[in-house]
Design a protein around this ligand. Structure first.
Ligand code: NAD
Ligand code: GLY
Length: 376
């Protein structure tokens, strides 16, 4: 019996596979997996040299113990590299800081990076891995709900530009994802809710039954019920893995659906200077409410679906409007024209015909977008 069989026999643990030919990889999901991570890594990759990169909040809570366990198996001789926590680390300065550290440690093409943390660590470390020595391997160990259901899967890596979110990056798939739901126990509740917005997104895109389930059980998930968290993470990862397998580089429009709420959301994050007054998932929650309002305004989506989505987001204390933020809507629109989905000066959005029926809409008119930005 191999290490994975042992773990899978231990109860609520699952493996979802991202099928990408020779770049396929497993997403291990379950409680207590952080302790199993060194064994999983050694079983899959042998005696590889790993360097853990984490953020300042996680260094003492998880990184030191993970490092010690990996060192015991001979996988980790270098101390973890620690980056200041928060979105503002997704910059050229920290990218360069990481690369400099790696070269100072004389890495080679077989060295593997371990991104331990939320989406910020995953995006930043993944991008560093994509360009160090023209590309080295990395593993994602996501510790936020957002990272466990979304950012650790699918190989999008990036830093922000002062002119826009995630504008500088690369597609670089991880070799393995290890999502330990137990780590969510130390996650602040606001961060848990922020990640929950990306969970809701999967229901809204194409899985109305999942949205119904979240409408009923979402509060239990947010209250910390492990089995509900595992089910939501597994469903989200299965949906994301299937989409990524069909459209890895967002070239057919399928993967673009995962950006529901994000054209709005990314512009809001930039308006907030990527600071802690607006978390990524909060921006996405407002963005999803706006995408539904826009769809209803354009006669595409029944008003009752839009109301239901807004009620659900409100019921879990996620924001649904930008009222009170005093933002200039012309500026928000200008940011949207730099979104990666905009083409030839036209605004493209993920809109919807109802809960679970998202699609790509080209050439959306700016005045309609402005009108929904003003809605409470
Ligand atoms: P984050 O990485 O900043 O983590 C949120 C906060 O929680 C940080 O302060 C972190 O230190 C702390 N934290 C993380 N895990 C913890 C734990 N277990 N216990 C206690 N504290 C913990 O933010 P995030 O919400 O995870 O990720 C947001 C980022 O993800 C954004 O930059 C967004 O653009 C990116 N993203 C990327 C993709 C993708 O496909 N690559 C998808 C969605 C979002
Ligand atoms: N989070 C959007 C994507 O991975 O495509």
């Amino acid at each position: 019996m191999n290490m994975l069989d042992t773990i899978l026999g231990a109860g609520e643990q699952h493996t979802v596979k991202v099928e990408l030919d020779d770049r396929s990889y497993p997403i291990h999901i379950g409680a207590g997996l952080l302790n199993e991570a060194p064994g999983l890594i050694r079983e899959a990759f042998g005696n590889v040299r790993c360097i853990i990169i984490t953020d300042s909040h996680l260094s003492s809570i998880y990184a030191q113990k993970l490092h010690a366990n990996m060192a015991r198996l001979g996988l980790c001789k270098d101390e973890p590299l620690v980056i200041p926590a928060g979105e503002q680390a997704k910059t050229f300065s920290y990218l360069s800081f990481i690369l400099d550290h790696l070269f100072q440690k004389t890495i080679d093409r077989k060295t593997m990076l371990v991104a331990l943390g939320g989406g910020v660590m995953g995006d930043l470390v993944g991008f560093a891995a994509s360009i160090a020595l023209r590309g080295i391997d990395f593993i994602q160990i996501p510790t936020t709900l957002l990272a466990q259901v979304d950012s650790s899967v699918g190989g999008k890596t990036a830093i922000n530009s002062p002119r826009g979110k995630n504008l500088i990056g690369a597609f670089h798939q991880p070799r393995m994802v290890i999502a330990d739901v137990d780590t969510l126990k130390t996650l602040p509740s606001r961060e848990l809710r922020s990640g929950y917005a990306e969970v809701v997104k999967y229901g809204l895109i194409s899985n109305p039954e999942f949205f119904d389930w979240l409408d009923e059980k979402g509060k239990n998930l947010l209250a910390g019920k492990t089995e509900k968290q595992i089910r939501a993470i597994k469903t989200s990862c299965e949906m994301k893995a299937a989409i990524v397998a069909q459209d890895e580089r967002e070239s057919t429009g399928k993967r673009a659906l995962l950006n529901l709420g994000h054209t709005f959301g990314h512009a809001f994050e930039l308006m907030a200077n990527y600071d802690a007054s607006l978390l990524h998932g909060e921006a996405v929650a407002i963005g999803m409410a706006k995408a539904f309002e826009l769809s209803t305004r354009l006669g595409l989506c029944p008003e009752r679906d839009t109301q239901r989505v807004k009620e659900h987001l409100k019921s879990v204390n996620l924001p649904i409007s930008i009222q009170g933020r005093n933002w200039d809507t012309d500026k928000i629109l200008a940011h949207m024209y730099r979104d990666k989905k905009a083409e030839n000066g036209h605004l493209n959005f993920i809109l919807t015909r109802g809960i679970g029926q998202a699609f790509v809409q080209e050439h959306v008119v700016a005045s309609d977008v402005k009108a929904v930005l003003d809605m409470p």
